[in-house]
Ligand binder design. Structure first.
Ligand code: NAD
Ligand code: UD1
Length: 337
């Protein structure tokens, strides 16, 4: 299969490109490099021994998408491209609706014109809003508390409508929990432009001295140690979830399906910090500060549906997550000096 990855130079897509190429797929990346570097796609080529084409284009350019699909014999698309910072989405909602919603509309238009109707969409556990119960299964009610979450929800609903109207579509919505870590080679990983919003890249930068201190957002939640609990999933496991998702919709008879991708286990912020220090032999100075607005106490997945329908189960634990995140950070620093 020729698979187009929108946002292909990004964090999750680059790891998925490795998994897909290793599973024998032909991978093509498309990215406008808003939050990534072309070099990451070259590194995917180094890891897999397969040269991966990178098309420099914006998903809102429907003609460019059509051309990419035709020129490269694309049969399926995995749609990663988008903006993903919650705080930024509150400040700049137009940019988020434009990129995430209009961008997806442009993509499905191009796919429909080219009669390519197999699509995997990167959604997020953020669509569950405030958890009413845990673990979160796929039938938990959805809601959004910020524009980023609303764009994910809108796109999910739009894709459900499209599949309903034309059952030739094969659409998989993957709701990621908290992807962290890096490829074991240390060649690709998470390197966001600017100051990271998410916990793991922030910890890595504190450990390497690029940032001074981690702020732990609240220690008065109703959790074992009072800090927030999340379902961290190793990005290479998450990548395998895409291979499984693509296989399942390709062979199944349902035009639309939703799967959680998580581990089913929660870890607190203090547990992540302690694991990072212990496994990597480094120190991560931190200070407890006020809660971050919009954060929930705990959020973790029910993985039953992915296990039974995709045969997918995450295999890597916190040790591999913090170890690989630090290996990537050190290699990044070494290559920048
Ligand atoms: P990322 O920023 O590393 O990757 C997104 C890529 O899309 C970047 O390379 C960026 O340059 C590109 N891009 C953005 N707008 C584009 C456009 N208009 N045209 C072409 N390319 C564009 O982010 P990521 O962490 O790899 O996330 C990938 C997807 O997964 C996103 O849709 C995100 O919302 C979703 N997601 C991520 C997480 C997470 O914690 N990382 C969790 C849940 C869902
Ligand atoms: C955040 C987003 C969510 C998005 C997800 C993946 C918010 C409110 N939610 O989720 O929509 O889908 O990222 O991109 O931004 N923490 C600290 N200090 C930090 C950073 C984080 O203590 O500097 C804590 C948080 O309070 C939380 C945990 O670490 O308890 C994980 O935070 P983060 O990595 O930002 O992920 P989420 O909040 O789960």
């Amino acid at each position: 299969m020729g698979i187009l990855l929108t946002g292909g130079a990004g964090y999750i897509a680059s790891h998925t490109a490795v998994a897909l190429a290793s599973a024998g797929h032909r991978v093509v990346c498309l990215d406008n490099l808003l939050n990534s570097r072309a070099e990451m796609v070259e590194r995917v080529g180094d890891i897999t021994g397969q040269a991966i084409p990178l098309i420099l284009a914006d998903i809102r350019d429907t003609d460019a998408l059509q051309q990419a699909i035709r020129d490269h014999g694309i049969t399926a698309v995995i749609h990663f491209a988008g903006l993903k910072a919650v705080g930024e989405s509150v400040a700049w909602p137009i940019a988020y609706y434009d990129n995430n919603v209009r961008g997806t509309l442009s993509l499905v238009e191009a796919m429909a014109v080219c009669n390519v109707k197999t699509l995997v969409f990167s959604s997020s556990a953020t669509v569950y809003g405030l958890p009413l119960y845990l673990p979160l299964d796929e039938s938990h009610p959805t809601s959004a508390t910020n524009p980023y979450g609303r764009t994910k929800l809108m796109v999910e609903e739009m894709l459900a409508d499209i599949a309903h109207a034309d059952p030739d579509w094969r659409i998989a919505v993957l709701r990621y929990f908290n992807p962290v870590g890096a490829h074991p080679s240390g060649l690709i990983g998470e390197d966001p432009h600017g100051t990271p919003n998410n916990l793991m890249p922030y910890i890595s930068r504190v450990a390497s001295g690029r940032l001074q201190e981690l702020s732990v957002y609240g220690d008065d939640y109703e959790t074992a140690d009072g800090t927030g609990v999340r379902d961290y999933i190793h990005v290479t496991d998450l990548a395998q979830g895409h291979v499984a998702g693509l296989r399942a919709i390709g062979t199944g008879d349902r035009p639309f399906a939703i799967w959680n991708l998580g581990t089913g286990r929660g870890h607190s912020v203090l547990e992540v910090i302690a694991a990072f220090e212990r496994v990597n032999g480094v120190s991560v100075p931190y200070r407890i500060v006020a809660r971050r607005p919009g954060d929930v106490a705990a959020c973790y997945a029910s993985v039953d549906k992915a296990r039974s329908e995709l045969g997918f189960e995450a295999s890597l634990g916190l040790q591999e997550m913090v170890g690989s995140a630090w290996r990537f950070e050190r290699m990044l620093r070494a290559s920048n000096t």
